[in-house]
Ligand binder design. Structure first.
Ligand SMILES: Nc1ncnc2c1ncn2[C@@H]1O[C@H](COP(=O)(O)OP(=O)(O)OP(=O)(O)O)[C@@H](O)[C@H]1O
Ligand SMILES: [Mg+2]
Length: 490
């Protein structure tokens, strides 16, 4: 890609960006939220058209009228936004737009099913190809997206944050596939905010900052800290954030909670603590907390809030109880697509900022501006539609909304998913501050490093049960992994 420029109205998103991908390499495309990564790849994927500059494949200039043209030129795109059709099965999604037909022209369902199964076997993923996509967890949806791209026999594969909702073992499998493809000469663009992964898998990197290329080179010889510095323009800290806190009263107490996806769960969440909850795919942590929040599967057992029995039916009243919940799958559950950024950001505080049913626009604006500043949300103006923000910035808006609701208990499911290294630190600071103010925080995360850095203690789940608790000395990657894989108890 040569001297690519692209603007949205007055917003110059890409300014003469050069990007060169070789066959047989994994090339990491890095940059802060809103730097222009997805925009650049949307041009290669035929989703957007550049204002100027050239795209060349194998040295020949190409011009794509749409994603179909790009696919025909051998470019497969795994989008940051999940792009599956909920009302179709897994295998129907895999073959969407390139269905296999029999010689009579009818759909060759048995063959499509068999090829889907073979793909999942190769990926070592136990997923039934006949499942409806609607019922799949975000991680499985991501796996289906990856499988779909793998099946197109593309020579270029764009992976826009393919691992955000995957856990270690699945990521390893995806990496193994990527290495196989690389050996076959496929060029892979890998976009990720997880710099450790980048170091592990990529051969070369290119860093965008504010729509310009600021660094490019071989990954061998740079550290994650170097990459972070290229992205944000200054050093990013990596120190431990936890501090030993005094034991305090229980804010939320769960006794023997059992549902379909979780069994016999008991724990206390104390005021002022950050309790980590982690595990691998299928561990049931998201389902558990969704149920506690009154928006998940039915369950038996008892819940206590400040010592009093309570149970939420429907999340609408959660605010009255002072419980806030940041959902994991924010693309689907967190944003209201036809509302602006500021409306999305202040929806849970509407009662506090309205008088006689009217929203106090000034108050709303002041509160939102504050959040925009502290989370460094990048957008043109607050009244922009939420969907025009970059993926990571949309995440920050959703986070802003829950942070401003001043809860007693805060449940955060993967709060830093898809946000850049700098903003991650801001989010950790906010979590730490809230904990110091006495808020009880449950931090659900699949990133072991995050759990270790931020949490005072952590529950490790395995197949819906608490496999063990780690704290202090036992708060280590190895111990957590052992518990998460069901490999013995402490
Ligand atoms: N359709 C659009 N309309 C208006 N502005 C847009 C549109 N798409 C992207 N932008 C703007 O372009 C800029 C770059 O966005 P882009 O999605 O490329 O960022 P990114 O590097 O992928 O970030 P992230 O890490 O958050 O995914 C952002 O400021 C965003 O608001
Ligand atoms: Mg993006």
């Amino acid at each position: 890609m040569r001297a690519i420029t692209k603007s949205f109205d007055s917003n110059n998103v890409l300014r003469k960006v050069d990007f060169r991908l070789s066959g047989g390499e994994i090339h990491a495309l890095l940059g802060e939220n809103g730097a222009g990564k997805s925009t650049l790849m949307n041009i290669l994927g035929g989703v957007l058209r550049q204002d100027s500059g050239d795209v060349l494949i194998n040295g020949k200039p190409v011009s794509f009228a749409g994603p179909k043209d790009s696919l025909a030129a051998g470019v497969a795109f795994i989008h940051q936004e999940l792009n599956l059709i909920n009302d179709l099965t897994v295998y129907e999604n895999l073959f969407l737009g390139r269905e296999i037909r029999t010689r009579f022209g009818t759909l060759d369902t048995p063959r499509m099913r068999a090829e889907s199964r073979r793909m999942f076997e190769r990926m070592n993923i136990g997923l039934d190809e006949n499942t409806m996509v609607r019922g799949l967890d975000a991680s499985y949806k991501q796996i289906v997206e990856i499988a779909r791209a793998m099946m197109t026999n593309a020579s270029i594969i764009i992976m826009d944050e393919p691992t955000t909702s995957l856990t270690e073992p699945e990521i390893e499998r995806v990496f193994a596939m990527m290495r196989t493809l690389r050996a076959q000469g496929v060029g892979i663009v890998f976009i990720s905010h997880k710099l450790r992964e980048v170091i592990q898998i990529a051969d070369r990197y290119t860093v965008l900052r504010d729509g310009e290329t600021v660094a490019t080179g071989q990954v061998a010889g740079v550290t994650a800290a170097d990459l972070a510095r290229f992205m944000v323009g200054h050093d990013v800290r990596t120190d431990m954030l936890t501090q030993t806190r005094k034991a305090s009263r229980s804010v939320l107490r769960a006794e023997r909670l059992s549902g379909v996806s979780f069994k016999d769960i008991s724990f206390d969440l104390h005021a002022g603590e950050v309790l980590g909850v982690t595990g691998l795919l299928g561990d049931g942590r998201s389902e558990l907390f969704l149920s506690i929040f009154g928006a998940g599967e039915p369950y038996s057992g008892d819940l206590y809030l400040e010592g009093k029995p309570f149970r939420l039916k429907g999340s609408a009243r959660a605010g009255d109880y002072g419980i806030a919940y940041l959902p994991r799958n924010r693309k689907e559950n967190g944003i209201i697509k036809d509302m602006s950024a500021i409306e999305n950001g202040s929806i849970v505080v509407w009662p506090r900022i309205s008088r006689f049913g009217f929203i106090d626009k000034q108050k709303q604006r002041a509160m939102f501006d504050e959040q925009v500043k502290s989370l460094r949300i990048k957008m043109s103006k607050p009244t922009d539609m939420i969907t025009s923000l970059s993926g990571g910035n949309q995440q920050k808006v959703v986070l802003a909304k829950w942070l401003s609701s001043s809860p007693n208990a805060l449940i955060l499911d993967n709060p830093t998913q898809g946000v850049d290294v700098g903003a991650k630190e801001e989010i950790y600071d906010i979590i730490m501050n809230l904990a110091r103010q006495g808020v009880a925080i449950a931090l659900l995360s699949s990133e072991t490093q995050e759990i270790i850095r931020v949490c005072d203690r952590a529950l490790v789940m395995y197949h819906g049960r608490i496999a063990g608790e780690v704290a202090g000395e036992t708060m280590q990657e190895q111990t957590i992994m052992r518990l998460a894989t069901g490999d013995g108890v402490l």
